[in-house]
Design a protein around this ligand. Structure first.
Ligand code: HEC
Ligand code: HEC
Length: 393
């Protein structure tokens, strides 16, 4: 195992084959779609790969297509070039190939999260192509802001394999943020395009009529659908800032007041409305068995009616590059390690939004206690309780 891993790393560094010429197509998504739509997605995938390459280029020469919705490119052209391509340095010391230098062993060239080192990790590295991120300041269904991504790179994700990149040049960090947005956008457009080809453009075992063929030119119906898909994803990224969750003021309590707040928080934690204990176990000790999967895994398992432990059913997906399905743990909250930050603002956002891509639900914020949600003050009680748990293992 170890040797295979080392070989894979060496291959990544020196290049044992020509896998860097193009981005790998998203075969796992394509297979899952074929199953839910009961048709072949082969032609749709093939044409999607062609159009996506026309629009977004290759790992060595990425492009940022202008879309109607987001007129200014979401990522700086120079940053894109610095992050992509093979690792090297320019005369003035500028680093090139940043993604391959720092990220590719885990996140893979196309950002699938299935890089050679991924098999050893739990949680797995993020597949950026879903366009879903967990640790961010925005509403659950929204993209992270640039600042979220930048802070994430600086801090890393404690408790996971994702390291901190605090020591990189600030310019390199900016370039990498742009490149994450690029890979995520490109990958999400790819997914949506295959689906649109099947659902809107008559792709099946046979190609559709000429005007419905996927195209990077918007003068046909096929081209217009491609534009719409692109516009949608680019716009979501462009609007991320406006979806930041505002955090109301938080009082620092001490002594009896703090103890009373923590006690109320404990009641909410174990109570009907929030029922945190239902997943995290009584006292947040993570003692309950884990039965659920995250959205990245559900896509090729439970969501399409397949049992993750059924090796036979998983085989085509594994062959297409899917990682071995692994359950997601609600985790203990008593070990003092927060993946997305243990400060009050982060916890407020986590509780009121849940965690995107995972089973962790949101608690509704209500203005009056009504048995359905919690008021802001009650959420602060809960936050204080969770913070107290984490410091008293
Ligand atoms: C050693 C493996 C490893 C390396 C190297 C690595 N990551 Fe990660 N990364 C992970 C893992 C594991 C996760 C998932 C953590 C989780 O689900 O909480 C992750 C998650 C992420 C996320 C998603 C955060 C979110 O809010 O969902 C981003 C963005 C990211 N990594 C960017 C990068 C970039 C950019 C680099 C290179 C500069 C990089 N990673 C290098 C392992 C790695
Ligand atoms: C349906 C199950 C479920 C419920 C209910 C639930 N959680 Fe979670 N929670 C999870 C899972 C799964 C994770 C792990 C997510 C991950 O790391 O990807 C998690 C993670 C967390 C984290 C860790 C965040 C971090 O930064 O590491 C906190 C804090 C948390 N939950 C608090 C709560 C609180 C408070 C409640 C009640 C309001 C709650 N959870 C209800 C499933 C649940």
């Amino acid at each position: 195992m170890r040797i295979a891993f080392l070989l894979a790393v060496v291959c990544l560094l020196v290049g044992c084959d020509s896998r860097f010429d193009t981005f790998q197509p998203n075969d796992v998504f394509s297979l899952a779609l074929a199953k839910t739509r009961s048709t072949s997605t082969e032609l749709a995938s093939r044409d999607t790969s062609r159009v996506v390459e026309d629009l977004y280029g290759t790992p060595d020469e990425p492009l940022w297509p202008v879309s109607q919705a987001a007129k200014s490119p979401l990522s700086d052209e120079r940053n894109l070039l610095r992050s992509s391509g093979p690792v090297s340095s320019e005369k003035d010391g500028t680093h090139l190939g940043l993604f391959r230098e720092h990220c590719v062993t885990c996140h893979a060239l196309e950002g699938s999260g299935a890089g050679p080192a991924s098999v050893f990790q739990n949680p797995y590295p993020r597949d950026f192509r879903h366009g879903v991120f967990k640790w961010k300041s925005t509403e659950r269904g929204q993209k992270p802001t640039r600042r979220d991504l930048r802070e994430l790179l600086i801090k890393g994700i404690p408790g996971t394999a994702m390291p901190s990149f605090a020591l990189l040049d600030p310019d390199d960090l900016d370039a990498l943020v742009d490149y994450v947005i690029f890979l995520s956008t490109r990958g999400e457009v790819e997914r949506r395009m295959i689906a649109a080809a099947i659902d809107e453009l008559d792709y099946s075992e046979t190609s559709p009529a000429k005007g419905l063929i996927l195209s990077s030119q918007s003068d046909t119906e096929g081209g217009q659908v491609v534009q719409e898909v692109m516009d949608r994803v680019h716009k979501d990224w462009e609007e991320a800032n406006s979806h930041e969750v505002a955090v109301p003021s938080f009082a620092e309590l001490s002594g009896e007041q703090l103890a009373a707040s923590v006690a109320r928080g404990s009641d909410f934690f174990h109570g009907q409305v929030a029922n945190c204990a239902g997943c995290h176990g009584p006292g947040g000790d993570g003692s309950l068995p884990t039965l659920d999967y995250d959205d990245w895994t559900k896509e090729y398992t439970t969501r399409i009616g397949l049992t993750p432990s059924d090796r036979e059913a998983m085989k085509p997906f594994r062959d297409a590059g899917a990682l071995r399905p692994r359950k997601i743990a609600p985790r203990t909250l008593r070990d003092g390690v927060f993946h997305g930050g243990g400060d009050s603002a982060s916890l407020y956002r986590r509780i009121t939004q849940g965690i995107a891509g995972t089973p962790m639900p949101a608690v509704e914020v209500v203005s009056e206690p009504n048995g359905k949600g919690l008021t802001t003050e009650q959420i602060w009680d809960l936050v204080r309780y969770v913070q107290q748990l984490s410091t008293s293992p």
